[in-house]
Ligand binder design. Structure first.
Ligand code: BES
Ligand code: ZN
Length: 456
């Protein structure tokens, strides 16, 4: 039986197993879920064992464990592929906006709803099922496949660089595959050749040593919430540029060929706006919406709190105000350098009546991958065979911290071939994965393994 026939014949069981995987609340950022995260890793390792992994380990790190497995090729001199994915997920709040509970996977009209369905458990699982389909269906595997599935991607992969350093010989490979991105549109397969980086800061503005009556003290004491609002407002100018000195110094200019490639993608700005329910789109003057979303850097407030936010009115001058601020970065910006520049600028512009404290939470460097590498070409052929049309090449606005480490440490080509959709609700309530994309993902990855072995 071919791998593809096996995958088709076992679809129903594959989905049942995926539901089991999705039931684990593996929220990496919440300490209360630490044991759940560890249990997920163990379940995953057990599953890999049952489908025939020859090496299969749950490897502890200072944080959450890494699941590592090896499936050797059945043919001599076959290439080795390293697959990277993550089994951790984002928090689920606001919980009351979910139609069905986030960790009770529910299928409605061919769509599976659960936290992690598209980001990234569903996509990790389709790779595992592609391997199983080769092994159990065809009885052979065209490539050696090593799997590295981590539990800390959603918190910036703080322990993965160290892990790669200590396990480098074991991770030797001819190429890396990552399925943790989106397709450009439904039925439009995509190969992603660039990801933005990220620098994430938490800003605290300290004012008086306690909350004060705003009548007795307001007017003479600088209000940290007002001061924070002024700081945030000063971080952009009226044209939508980031007003931090030196912020754009390392941004590599876009060449005209790439702008033409981006402009050729079938993107409808009006439909995008309509779907989001906003009265107008915003951003940096001089760039298209798609450019603003993928190849230009950003600075955004992710969270903001201070003072009294309960029902009704309380007259209070708060002691402190807080913001979480992230910058999406593009080549050749560096997360550390940008974080430092922004922090220094905030300290410079803050009112003298308050004290600011800036802490870097995490970072990731932006990446570009080679569009012409052999694995990339193999991926393009596999996608064309599966979808009946060649993939588009695009850059993505999101970040995957480990990619820059792979490039530096392993020095092999990386393929970013994802099967999600931007409308799948990653990080949002009602996250879901279209099962048709789960099936097509299995098919595409199965074909990719064969095309990789075939070479140029
Ligand atoms: N799957 C995403 C990465 C992604 C997002 C790719 C959007 C393409 C489009 C990944 O799980 C993710 O969310 N990464 C974080 C990284 C951060 C926590 C360092 C992100 O981009 O916010
Ligand atoms: Zn994510």
């Amino acid at each position: 039986m071919t791998a593809s026939d096996y995958a088709t014949a076992h679809r129903a069981r594959f989905v049942r197993e995926l539901r089991e995987f999705l039931r684990f609340p593996s929220i990496s950022t919440l300490a209360a879920h630490r044991d759940d995260v560890h249990r997920t890793a163990q379940w995953l390792a057990d599953h890999l064992q049952t489908i025939g992994a020859q090496v299969c380990q749950v490897i502890p790190t200072p944080g959450h464990p890494v699941v590592y497995a090896e499936f050797p090729a059945s043919v001599p001199n076959a290439p080795t592929l390293l697959f990277y994915g993550h089994y951790d997920v984002q928090p689920v709040d606001p919980l009351d906006e979910w139609t069905s509970p986030p960790f009770e996977p529910t299928e409605r009209d061919g769509v599976l709803f659960a936290r992690g369905a598209t980001d990234d458990k569903g996509q990790v699982f389709l790779v595992i099922k592609a391997i199983e389909s080769w092994l159990q269906g065809a009885g052979t595997l065209p490539c050696t496949v090593k799997l590295l599935i981590e539990g800390e991607e959603e918190i910036g992969s703080p322990n993965l660089e160290g892990f790669l350093q200590t396990h480098r010989p074991q991770l030797a490979c001819d190429g890396v595959l990552i399925c943790d991105t989106a397709m450009f549109a439904p039925d439009v397969p995509s190969l992603v050749y660039g990801l933005r980086g990220l620098a994430y800061l938490e800003l605290t503005v300290h004012g008086p040593n306690r909350d004060l009556h705003s009548g007795s003290f307001g007017g003479a004491v600088v209000n940290p919430a007002n001061a924070l609002a002024r700081i945030i407002a000063a971080l952009h100018d009226d044209a939508g540029n980031i007003a931090v000195p030196g912020f754009y110094d390392d941004v590599r200019p876009l060449d005209e060929q790439e702008r033409a490639l981006i402009a050729s993608l079938p993107f409808d700005e009006e439909a995008f706006q309509r779907e989001l329910g906003v009265p107008a789109l915003g951003g940096e003057a001089g760039y298209s919406v798609l450019e603003r979303l993928t190849v230009r850097p950003t600075l955004d407030v992710n969270g903001l709190w201070s003072g009294f936010t309960g029902e009704g009115a309380k007259t209070v001058l708060p002691a402190s105000a807080h913001a979480k601020i992230s910058m999406r970065l593009v080549p050749d910006q560096r997360a550390d350098r940008i974080a430092q520049r922004v922090a220094e600028h905030i300290e410079r512009i803050a009112s003298r009546g308050v004290r600011v404290e800036v802490r870097m939470l995490h970072g990731a460097d932006p990446v570009l991958v080679d569009r012409e590498s052999l694995p990339m070409k193999a991926a393009a052929r596999a996608l064309e065979q599966t979808f009946g049309r060649p993939p588009v090449f695009q850059r993505e606005g999101g970040s995957i911290p480990v990619v820059s480490h792979f490039q530096q440490m392993l020095g092999v080509p990386v393929v970013l071939m994802g099967f999600g959709l931007h409308s799948d609700g990653a990080h949002s309530p009602n996250e879901h994965f279209h099962l048709v994309n789960f099936y097509r993902g299995i098919e595409a990855v199965a074909r990719f393994l064969e095309e990789l072995q075939r070479g140029a």
